[in-house]
Design a protein around this ligand. Structure first.
Ligand SMILES: C[S@@+](CC[C@H](N)C(=O)[O-])C[C@H]1O[C@@H](n2cnc3c(N)ncnc32)[C@H](O)[C@@H]1O
Ligand SMILES: [Zn+2]
Length: 348
């Protein structure tokens, strides 16, 4: 599949069509002749541009950390992460089912902020690779590791290095636009949302998850630690994030439960009985620990919470307003303690 043509990828500078160079190691603009490197299968539309979000995730999703391999090696991990919950599995099966029928044209998916390749590996499988056209975009510089982990991607997809806050430079519109747990990491999420909507076909579906606003104590304490950790470089931030895992592990080791006799709305706490770490974690301070994740991956989850420079949290009404303003009907909503899920359809 000639993916540049399949997706109608355009030059971000002048809007002319991109052409693949014969040696496959770059694309060149048919208008202004600007070249864009293709390294390990990744078309880099940002060239040397970088941000601290890029720095953060380049380490988090590196082969050194090996999150995709870890996820694939332990079935329980998928049930623990928010990306394995809410409406995601149903949506992936809906897309795979369409892909298996080998439709023409293929069912097209824009995975905005494709991260470590979790969604690509859900969608692009031996029996769907003939019927799906998958475009994954992210700003980090470890994307090349994904192309190596998911060989079927070469048959039906393309990864690009791109800032999803900006409209996708592509002539084609998509059947599905997916942005899982990433809008809140962009500097202006409302603007990013509008860019995603622009990439959607009429009748197409847009699925997102965003961080959920927590109680006052948890929000305040998390932000205080973010203020201290965001300025650190990636290795230092990763090293200090381990302390949240150690604290979480120690709190989880306490056997007793805390009984709260009545609702405490000031804290956002409902009447009930809570293990100590759950009470602290949900209402006072994120300190992730899970024995399946162990120290390294529990640390990675805390690093993901405290170090990215942008991490907005939302009430559902705000997001419902965005869908309405963009002319999308919300057809499914879901939520867990940490995030909200919304699936919308673009009306004519
Ligand atoms: C928590 S990860 C989620 C990854 C993936 N969507 C998933 O659910 O498996 C957030 C991702 O958003 C990406 N990201 C943040 N800001 C971005 C931007 N402006 N443009 C493209 N990607 C961005 C990060 O690089 C990171 O890979
Ligand atoms: Zn150009």
């Amino acid at each position: 599949m000639d993916t540049l043509q399949q997706f109608g990828l355009l030059c971000p500078q002048c809007g002319s069509a991109l052409l693949q160079e014969p040696k496959n190691n770059s694309a060149v603009c048919s208008g202004c002749r600007n070249p864009y490197p293709i390294e390990r299968g990744v078309l880099n539309l940002l060239r040397d541009e970088t941000t601290s979000t890029d720095e953060h995730y380049t380490l988090q999703w590196s082969r050194e950390k090996g999150f995709l391999q870890f996820l694939k090696s332990q079935a329980e991990v998928k049930k623990i992460i928010p990306g394995g919950q809410m409406g995601w599995n149903d949506l992936f099966e809906e897309i795979r089912a369409k892909g298996r029928t080998n439709p023409s044209p293929r069912v097209s998916v824009y995975d905005a902020a494709c991260g470590f390749g979790g969604i690509a590996s859900e969608l692009v499988q031996d029996d769907t690779a003939g019927g799906i056209a998958y475009l994954g975009a992210d700003i980090h510089r470890s994307l090349g590791d994904i192309t190596q982990e998911i060989p079927q991607l070469a048959l039906c997809g393309q990864l690009i290095r791109w800032d999803i806050g900006n409209p996708l430079p592509a002539a084609q519109k998509f059947d599905y636009v997916i942005c899982r747990a990433a809008l809140h990491h962009t500097p202006d999420p409302r603007r990013t949302f509008a860019s995603l909507c622009k990439a959607l076909k009429v009748g197409g579906r847009l699925a997102i998850t965003v961080y959920r606003k927590k109680g006052l104590a948890r929000e305040t304490l998390d932000d205080a630690f973010r203020k201290a950790i965001i300025p650190m470089d990636t290795r230092e931030a990763f090293a200090v994030s381990r302390q949240f895992a150690v604290l979480g592990r120690a709190l989880q080791a306490i056997q007793g439960e805390v009984s709260i006799e009545e609702d405490l709305p000031l804290f956002g706490i409902k009447k009930g009985s809570y293990p100590v770490q759950t009470l602290i974690y949900n209402y006072f301070l994120k300190c992730f620990w899970n024995p399946v994740f162990g120290e390294e991956y529990s640390t990675l989850v805390n690093y993901d919470w405290y170090h990215p420079p942008f991490a907005y949290r939302y009430e559902p009404e705000e997001i419902l307003g965005w869908y309405r303003e963009e002319g999308l009907e919300v057809v499914k909503r879901d939520g867990i303690e940490a995030q909200y899920y919304f699936l919308g359809e673009k009306k004519a």
